[in-house]
Design a protein around this ligand. Structure first.
Ligand code: AQP
Length: 335
């Protein structure tokens, strides 16, 4: 059976893009013919500063988000990355396979480092090699992600191919396929339609958090930037209107239809009609999830237990693959 791997960073509270672009799609895949491994990638989170007093709870909150959205830890493997040391070990091996020139082409690093590239952590630069390790440690074949992660999955394929070739181990690491599907693979910032929505964006008004209450969600959509034109009657009419397109895509993602269907339903509607409808839909879909997240967060011991069990199952798959990797590379391992 094909094997799915994906992850979410505990670098703050989950936002709507993480849900529509990633977690919701993981839940949809869970019922299909895949063996699924989902990770809270805490080692990735520390590529930028994380307060040690907050990291544990951020890790639990992402876990609660997975569980509340419908990831079933009996069906899928659910764990946090730092509890399976093989991730960090394989990442080091891949640091020595990946080329500096490849890393220099990563657009996410350029975006995140900005003008400050001398001052960011070395980990932020090496991040894609750790992500390749996350995926290849399980010989995963499919990686559901948002559009922003496509380049990193392609780099993962390059690392796998170079390893297989250099070490004469053809076929040892599979070349995984990114799965980027659905209407909301790139949810944009509510105040600036040229930037993606993200956990760590400056203003809270630019994103919908999974834990926002109904009033906050309504207020954020009401204040979301748009142009003054009403909704068109064809998708073509959204060309050059990124903010409008984004709200239509979010509506489609939440209601599990297509942007075309949303346009058909709301053709000619003004924002005074569409935004409240979108807010109601978001509250109806996210409300039960955030309630369940809050309930789960009241029992931290239970979350920790789920992660510990998941980590054991993950390690049982990962360790033999790591051992084989060391062996292929010629390391002396006498114990
Ligand atoms: N705006 C988005 N639209 C669609 N998908 C998105 N994802 C993130 N933002 C959007 C997808 O969510 C998954 C987990 O992302 P992540 O937490 O590992 O890192 P990220 O992409 O860097 O997310 P953030 O929210 O922007 O975090 P910060 O601000 O801390 O860097 C991935 O599959 C991603 O594609």
């Amino acid at each position: 059976t094909p094997r799915v791997f994906s992850g979410v960073k505990p670098s703050g509270g989950l936002q709507l893009g993480n849900y529509l672009g990633a977690i919701k799609r993981f839940v949809d895949m869970q019922g299909q013919d895949y063996e699924a491994i989902f990770c809270v990638v805490d080692l990735h989170a520390i590529t930028v500063w994380q307060d040690p007093k907050e990291l544990k709870d951020a890790t639990r909150e992402v876990t609660a988000g997975y569980l509340a959205s419908g990831i079933d830890p009996a069906q899928s493997v659910l764990f946090n990355q730092s509890q399976v040391p093989a991730h960090a070990e394989l990442a080091w091996l891949f640091n020595c396979v990946a080329r500096v020139g490849w890393m220099n082409r990563m657009t996410q690093f350029k975006d995140k480092a900005g003008k400050n590239a001398e001052k960011v952590s070395l980990g932020l630069y090496a991040y894609p090699a750790l992500m390749a390790a996350d995926i290849l440690l399980y010989h995963a074949t499919h990686v559901p992600v948002g559009e922003d992660q496509k380049q990193h999955v392609e780099l993962t394929r390059d690392i796998a191919a170079k390893f297989n070739h250099d070490y004469g181990a053809e076929g040892f690491f599979p070349l995984p396929e990114p799965i980027i599907e659905g209407p909301a693979t790139r949810v944009m910032n509510l105040r600036d339609g040229s930037k993606k929505m993200s956990k760590s964006g400056e203003s809270d008004m630019e994103r919908i958090n999974m834990t926002d209450d109904a009033d906050t969600i309504a207020k954020k959509f009401k204040k979301a930037r748009t142009d003054p034109e009403p909704l068109p009657d064809t998708l073509e009419g959204l060309k050059g209107r990124p903010e409008a397109r984004n709200l239509v895509d979010i509506y489609a993602g939440l209601s599990e239809t297509t942007p075309e269907a949303v346009i058909t339903e709301f053709a000619g509607a003004g924002w005074g009609t569409f935004k409240p409808a979108l807010a109601d839909l978001a509250v109806a879909k996210l409300g039960p999830i955030s309630e369940e997240m809050a309930r789960l967060m009241n029992d931290k011991a239970e979350i920790d237990r789920v992660l510990a069990q998941g980590a054991e199952r993950a390690e049982a798959i990962a360790q033999p693959i790591l051992d084989q990797t060391y062996d292929i590379m010629g390391f002396l391992r006498s114990r």
